[in-house]
Write a protein that binds this ligand. Sequence first.
Ligand code: GTP
Ligand code: MG
Length: 200
Amino acid sequence: MHVVKSAVFIKSSADAKDCPDCSVPEYAFTGRSNIGKSSLINMLTNRKNLAKASSAPGKTRLINHFLINDSWYLVDLPGYGYAKTSKKERKGFGKLIEQYLKEAANMVCLFLLIDSRHSPQPADVAFIQWLGVNQVPFVIVFTKIDKLSSQQLNKNVSRYREELHKTWETLPKIFYTSSIKRKGAEDILDFIDKTNKTLS
Ligand code: GTP
Ligand code: MG
């Protein structure tokens, strides 16, 4: 099993051009606000406060790079569809994510977090279409699975599959996580480990 031995905060960037340029593979994480991104990052890295420590107020709108095991970057991207911000600002967040995803040469895979409790949300579906148009490699992570029964989870996931099948022939890989129950971290870390091995 892949274990996170070291997780080091490298830097926060307000512009994709300012991201650390290094030749290690990057795995980025995003999703709508409050999706459980910080909790997931902390679960993956087995740290209580890694994500929050570097994204104190004001920093959550930046791109945060963490170096894991001296071998890959975990990239904490801003969320999208943040309800409490102005339209102009919302557009801005999108811009930073879009800029990063288009420019990051070492971005291997984006982890798109989706709340498992809901049926397909327009903001998520629109973002997924954008990923397709821009050929961004991504996988889906359904979060907070402890909050619903396996029956409900299956139902919601089926709805998502149906929605995605409208435009995608092959669906991306799907992960299921609960940061509260500490579920799903191994699957994600194994996937990253295997992917890294194919690169080296
Ligand atoms: P912002 O950075 O504020 O956009 O949020 P975030 O996406 O980083 O989410 P965060 O990890 O801060 O979690 C948001 C809320 O969801 C918190 O109240 C968490 O306790 C809760 N939460 C996160 N993950 C889980 C989970 O797996 N299960 C349950 N039940 N709650 C969770
Ligand atoms: Mg957060």
